[in-house]
Design a protein around this ligand. Sequence first.
Ligand code: NAD
Length: 480
Amino acid sequence: MTDAFEYPQPKLFIAGHWRMGGGGDTLSVRNPATGQELAPLPVANTADLDEALTAVERTFPLWRATSAYDRAKILKKAAGLMRERAAYIGAVSTSEQGKPLAESTNEAMACADIFEWYAEEARRAYGRIVPSKHPGVRHMVFKEPVGPVAAFSPWNFPTTIPSRKMAAALAAGCPVIIKPAEETPGSCLELARCLDDAGLPKGVLNVVFGVPADISTYLIASPVIRKISFTGSTVVGKHLAGLAAQRMIPSTMELGGHAPVIVFDDADLDLAVRLSGGSKYRNAGQICIAPTRFYVHDSVHDAFVEKLAAYASSLKIGSGMEASTQMGPLANPRRLTAMDDLISDARQHGAGVAAGGKGPGGAGNFWQPTLLTDVPNSARIMSEEPFGPVAVTQRFSTFDEVVAQANRLPYGLAAYAYTRSARTAADIGDALEAGMIGINFSILTGPETPFGGVKESGHGSEGGIEGLEAYHVTKYVAQG
Ligand code: NAD
C-alpha cells in the first residue's frame, strides 16, 4: 500500500458533486512528518455553502421519509466499503495526520463499527404510549429527526470523530454538512466516498472546507440548520454553542480535557504503566481523553515514575508510514510551540524531567515522549491541556486530598484510577467529576458506550443510545 500510495486530491463534496471551490481559492494540506505539501485544499465560498444548505434543505423530507430499515441498509453497505478500503483510508490519514499506519487503519475499521452500530440503533428509535387519564385518549410520543446538521470535526481522529457525527445524524434521518479539519481533509472525504458509493442519496451528505470561523458562522446562522455538533477546544466550543443559542438550536459539544490518573498505594503498577502509558503517548498525546495529570500515592510515586519513564523512553518515534514507528509527529507546528512553552514553564516552576523534554530537531513536528515529575499547581501545564506527549506527576497521601486535586479544574471529560480495592474503586468512581471514568482500564471509546464530558468539557454524548438521541426531537401527540 505505502509504496504505490498517492495522496488523493481533496475536493469539496456538495449536492453529490466532487469539485473544487467556486471561488478557486485553496489552502495547503501538509505531511506533518516532513512538512511537505501533499495537495492544495479547495475552499468553499458562500455560494458553495449556499449550495450545500440548499442540498440539505431539499433532501431532508426525502431522507426522513426513508425508513430506518432502508437508511440502515445504506449505512451498513458503506461500513462494508470502509472495511474493504481500510488500508487505503489509513494511508490517507497517516499522510495528513502523522499517526502510525496500523493505528490509522484500525481507526478506519472502527468507523465501520460506528456506522454499523448506528444503522442498527436507528431501527430501535422507539417512541412510547403513555396511559391516559382521559377515556379513549392516546398519548403517543415519537422520536423524529431534528433536521439538517452542521458538524465540525478536528484533526486528531480524522476518521472516527467525523464518523460519530455523520453516522448518528444520518441514521436518525438528518442530512449533514460537515467541515472536517483543514489539516486532515482526505480522511473524511474517503468516508464520504464510501457513503456515496453505497448509494446515499445525493445531497444528504456534504463536505466543505475553508476558514473554520467563517464557515461555522455562516452555516450556524442559516435557518436551514437545526443542530450543530463540534469537537475541539473549549474556547471554540463556547463560541459555537453561543452562536447556536442565539438561534435556539441544540448543540453537542465534545471539548477539551485534562484527565487525572490516580494511582493508589495498592495499585498494580505494571498494569497502570502499560495501560496509561499506552493511552498517554498514543497519537502523540493528541487525544482529548489522554491521561495527563498522574496523582501517585507517595509510597509508590518513585517506583511508578521509574516504570513510566522507561516505557516513554522506549518508544520509537518516526514517520507513521514506517512499520516500526510507535509514535508519529504532532499534527501541526502549533503543537510543538505549545509543548516547548508548557515544558519550559513547568521546569521554571521546579518540575523534574524523568523522560524526554524536547523535540529531536530536524524536519517534521516531532516531540519526545515526556514525563515531568513533582509539578506544582502553579505551572501552566497543571491547568492547560497539553494535547501532546507530556505526562506530569504529583504525589498524594489521602483520598480526600487527591479527589480535590483531580476535580480542581473546570474540565470534566475523562478520569482514571488504579487500585486493587473494590471499595476504593467504587468510592473513586463516585467522587470524580468526569463524563467517563476508567478504573483499572483505559479504553473509553466504543460505538455502544456514551462518550462525552461534564463541566467545561462540553455537553451531550456521542456513542451509546445517547448518541442517536442527540439527533432526535421528541414529539407528543394526544389523540382523542
Ligand atoms: P483549535 O481550537 O484552533 O481547533 C480545533 C478544531 O476546531 C480544528 O479542527 C479547527 O478547524 C476547529 N475550529 C477552530 N475554530 C473554529 C470555528 N470558529 N468554527 C468551527 N471550527 C473551528 O485548536 P488547535 O490548535 O487545532 O488544537 C489545539 C486544541 O484544540 C487542543 O489544545 C485541544 O484542546 C483542542 N482539540 C480538542 C480535540 C478533541 O478531541 N476534543 C481535538 C482537536 C483539538
